[in-house]
Design a protein around this ligand. Sequence first.
Ligand code: GLC
Length: 559
Amino acid sequence: MKKSNDWWRQAAIYQIYPRSFKDSDGDGLGDIRGITSKVEYLKSLSLDAVWLSPFYPSDLADGGYDVADYRNVDPRLGTLKDFDKMLKALHKADISVFVDIVPNHSSNKHVWFQEALKSAPGSAARNRYIFRDGRGKNGELPPSDEISHFAPSAWTRTTNSDGTPGQWYMHLFAPEQPDFNWDNREVQLDFIKTLRFWADRGVDGFRIDVAHALKKDFKRLHIAKKSMNGFKIAQDGTDILFDRNEVHEIYREWRKVFNEYNPPRVAVAEAYVQAKRRMLYARPDELGQAFNFDLLGEEFDARRFKKIISDNIRLAQSEGSSSTWVLDNHDRVRHATRYGLPKKTDLVQWLLSDGTSAKLDRKLGLARANAATMMLLALPGCTYIYQGEELGLFEVEDLAHKDLQDPTWHRNVVPQMVKGKVSGLALIHTEKGRDGCRVPLPWDSTKPSFGFGNKKSHLPQPNWFADHAVNKQDGKKGTTLSLYREALALRKKLQTGEELEWIATTNPEVIHFTRPNGWQCIMNFNGRPYKLPAGKVVLASGPITGGKIPANTTVWLIP
Ligand code: GLC
């Protein structure tokens, strides 16, 4: 079926983390054929699209976000032929496909970076990345004090072919992820080639990784330090490293490319900046949409949810976009876990304690997670769902240290203090990382690796995954899977104009809104049972008794 050009404005998009979705060949890694084998399952969720996290050749220094070849498939995950077959099968099921574009950095195994290492300082090959001489007498100090997400310094020194120490290169993330020089036209053109490569194959959309970091102020690079948090940077587009005004030129050029296709290709920016600045990436002449992560760090709180919803709808409209809604992704602790922990639990510490520092109430967490999802699905805009949410999965909080893969775990460092002064940096594990939400999905509780593959899975699954397996929930009323299926199918029918009207409630713990076609959504966060409004109940996230909505429950009604 041909979709309208703005199909993406109110879509339901499911994020697949390919290595943990379904393994078809038993090597422990999920793969492309695995995805193809689950098209019927994806169809049963009434999705508009799936977004695939990177499946490109990679050393997996950062779960695939270290791309060695942007126009190929990791041989462990399949071939381009497999990709084409998967795309065809998904399209046949009326599901569009987004791929992940990682433009800020490549893998250090990328041919360009390998060539740069072998080339002389100042060469064209080095100019595709950010190479600089070190400070200090012999260049022994990094060019700036900038720290990286996964390492003490955002600079790593190279070794010349004669064994002597050489220049340094910049990496905002792991040392295996060198940053590109986006002032270089060759880099710009190569990414356009990549976009066309996938768009020509029929890919419908792109998720743009760290979209706000591409342009850097090279004149001030040497004074950049510790500005890793995009929320703390200058709000006028003049930060040295992030969210610079010139970055938008790149996306305006991409938009022209997207619009050459029919239907135009769509895109969504991952830009960790404040809401107002984030919306600039979503302008119609740029990427069109940007992830709204405001709910990811938020407690289960009616007032905060209501404010975030109002603000984001307003902001999106002001830039001609539609809002997006996200509760989970591959970088965050799963929302069923977040909502089942006592308020203000420090998630980093909780994970480091293997889940012992605070008690997780699984029943409560899941009830709240499902209520929140149902509310989000009733909002105008685009909802992103992360694989496993629909099975009610919790974070795997007690993965053994030996099993952890995330560079966050391996690379976190703390300053060593001597007499109040920083004397150096020590590699002490300060964060467990993001593996707990990336554990392979349980498909069948009776099979090895719960039906993920033949026997093993690249991250171990806990025994409680069996209770969440698809076979345990399939077709059974009251399960999270059934709720997602029903909610998504109904949403497809009910989704309407992009407006929302708030209805006053007599309890601040309850939020209530209606859509232009009379579709109502009412959610009781923490309040006393709340009287159902007039209308026909079409779905509830939990049992309703005596005409009242209990706490931690969402209900949809139609006239
Ligand atoms: C994005 C990805 C994250 C990755 C980082 C570096 O934030 O979501 O998983 O580590 O970019 O590419």
